[in-house]
Design a protein around this ligand. Structure first.
Ligand SMILES: *Cc1c(COP(=O)(O)O)cnc(C)c1O
Length: 580
């Protein structure tokens, strides 16, 4: 398998998986896509149904990484180690949500909310979904560097190394640090805006004391951090000298790693429903849709690849918060940055309760656009329209840059609508969902036995604590299940909502939703306010009081040039000696 840039799929530039992993972004500004999407027949897919998570990941990754690059046994070892850090035996368990619909809603919708599930993607080290990909990416970097060093011309040559530099507003930095900590020949420098990330995220990142991890708190905003990182990457001499690398969400390896859980949850759902796993039963398989809380379009793009590989996904739901560029695109065919500033952030980006989805544009959307522009899109290598699609991408992206938006032809929009729905969810509806799913256990209709039994088996839960990102996905799914006229009683439609973070990671929003404006019923039935330790996994609770290490960079009141100079100095001092 080779990889090509969305902006020039015809170019002679074809990268191996290893090259695509280390390069991240293509030099022409495009994103790497595989030259063909592997097609997996249904019989083959169903033969994977009883594999463990790691075994399944191995099957899928093998389709995207040639054996000449990583042998099967080496890949199996990398995959195994990547998921050994997860605390749940299923890695990404599927949990049935309680049906919180009113009697009237249930009657009208044929009890559709009985078919609502969450896929918990937060059992990795940082309690958010980015771990699923970044645990693998860290091991893959280490693997390739080790091999490059073995193949060095002479033992006196310098080691091949990589210096990962990134800016974070919270989740990405943490997942990168936990993915790269302690990896040989890898150093990681993560900039965050001092005092402007959540206390949990700050604790999580700065309490990692490995020698190769450097947290840098910059006086300024997230954008200042981002600008400093961009400045370093655009200094090509500096970039080359330090072998700068990025692990942001446009990295192909991250998308690939996320494909696994779509397959895995598909099987988990069929098993939960008692559907026999053979092709003969396929005709009666229930329909499965995924609802994905979306920011940079990386998570849901993996679902699109799963679908194009042959997994019988019915539809994909793009769930956005008030940063709704993707929702507006699906409505109008126009992909346009907002023009008015947010009263809270004072910026074009809205400050919402789901901050990991607070984006202006979705960096991975370009990949989907290429497939939409190319029509059948399966084979950049062979399709006669492939280069025309790249031309369209170049034109759209340059219009986006110069005017802040572009529109696609009706045919392209139609292709998007054949696969995707979109729903935009407000802050108020996010809070309301967290409240409803928690307080459901106190609804009068529930059996009192359930209340006194807090350890109900999965599938029989009477309440569920949603994090605000997951809540966005759940509200989107509810809207579709309760209103889409095409969902009748005959063909049950199941929706799996991707749960991207543990509620303990965003406790302010969760505790406010649960503890304020408490429903009267709950109070009557003995509700006691919920505390942080009730909703946080042990790893997060244990962070408190751990020693921390962080370098503070002053910018003399927001002067980025001063900040950049200081960061260069830090890199030089900490790892400069390792490079020529
Ligand atoms: C990163 C993130 C998202 C958004 O994922 P994309 O791949 O950028 O769409 C959603 N929720 C959480 C908690 C995240 O960390």
């Amino acid at each position: 398998m080779r990889y090509r840039s969305t902006r020039d799929v015809d170019s002679a530039q074809k990268l191996t998986f290893e090259q695509a992993l280390f390069e991240g972004l293509a030099p022409d500004g495009g994103l790497y896509i595989p030259e063909a999407i592997p097609q997996v027949p249904l019989s083959k897919i169903l033969s994977w149904a009883n594999l463990s998570y790691s075994e399944l990941a191995l099957e899928i990754f093998r389709l995207y990484i040639d054996e000449s690059e990583i042998s099967v046994s080496d890949l199996a070892d990398i995959v195994e180690r990547s998921y050994a850090t997860f605390t749940h035996k299923d890695i990404t368990p599927l949990v049935k949500l309680p049906n919180v619909a009113s009697e009237e809603e249930n009657a009208r919708s044929h009890h559709n909310l009985e078919n609502l599930y969450v896929l918990e993607l937060f059992h990795g080290p940082t309690c958010a979904f980015k771990d699923v990909a970044l645990q693998f990416v860290g091991n893959a970097f280490e693997y390739f560097l080790k091999r490059r060093n073995q193949n060095k011309a002479s033992p006196s040559d310098r080691d091949h190394r990589i210096t990962v530099v990134g800016a974070t507003s919270g989740d990405t930095g943490g997942a990168a640090i936990y993915g790269l900590r302690g990896k040989e020949n890898v150093s990681v420098f993560i900039l965050h805006p001092k005092g402007r990330i959540s206390p949990v995220q700050e604790q999580q990142m700065t309490s990692v004391l490995d020698d190769n991890v450097f947290n840098i708190a910059v006086e300024g905003s997230f954008d200042d951090c981002q600008d400093i990182v961009k400045a370093l990457f655009s200094d090509l001499d500096f970039k080359k000298r330090f072998q700068l690398g990025a692990v942001n969400s446009i990295n192909w390896a991250r998308i690939m790693a996320q494909i696994t859980y779509y397959f895995y949850s598909y099987f988990a759902l069929l098993k939960a429903k008692g559907v026999p796993l053979d092709t003969a039963s396929y005709a009666v398989l229930t329909k499965i849709r995924f609802s994905v809380p979306t920011g940079n379009f990386g998570d849901i793009l993996a679902g699109y690849f799963a679908l194009r590989m042959g997994l019988p996904i019915d539809r994909l739901i793009i769930a956005t918060n008030e940063n709704d560029i993707l929702h507006r695109f699906l409505e109008t065919g126009s992909y346009t940055k907002p023009t008015t500033t947010c009263p809270v952030s004072g910026d074009l980006v809205r400050a919402t309760l789901s901050p990991a989805m607070d984006i202006l544009i979705s960096s991975n959307f370009e990949r989907l656009l290429w497939y939409l522009a190319n029509g059948d899109g399966r084979t950049p290598a062979e399709s006669p329209d492939a280069q025309a699609a790249s031309e369209a991408i170049r034109e759209w992206m340059s219009t986006l840059k110069s005017t802040g938006g572009f529109s696609v032809p009706e045919t392209v929009l139609e292709r998007a609508r054949q696969v995707f729905d979109s729903v935009c969810v407000s802050n108020a509806d996010t809070t309301d969902a967290i409240k409803r799913y928690y307080h459901h256990q106190y609804s009068q209709a529930l059996d009192q036995d359930q209340l006194s039994n807090p350890t109900l088996p999965a599938g029989a839960r009477s309440s569920y604590v949603l994090d605000p990102h997951t809540a966005v996905g759940v509200v989107a799914a509810e809207r579709i299940l309760l209103s889409d006229a095409s969902i009748g009683s005959a063909a049950a439609v199941n929706v799996v909502c991707l749960s991207t973070a543990s509620p303990g990671k965003f406790p302010e929003a969760v505790l406010t939703a649960i503890n304020e404006s408490v429903p009267t019923e709950s109070t009557q039935l003995g509700f006691v306010p919920v505390e942080y330790r009730d909703i946080a996994p042990q790893v997060l609770v244990d962070l408190e009081g751990l020693p921390k290490r962080c370098i503070f960079v002053e910018t003399e009141g927001g002067n980025k040039a001063v900040g950049e100079k200081a960061i260069r100095h830090i890199l030089e001092e900490k790892v400069g000696a390792g490079f020529v």
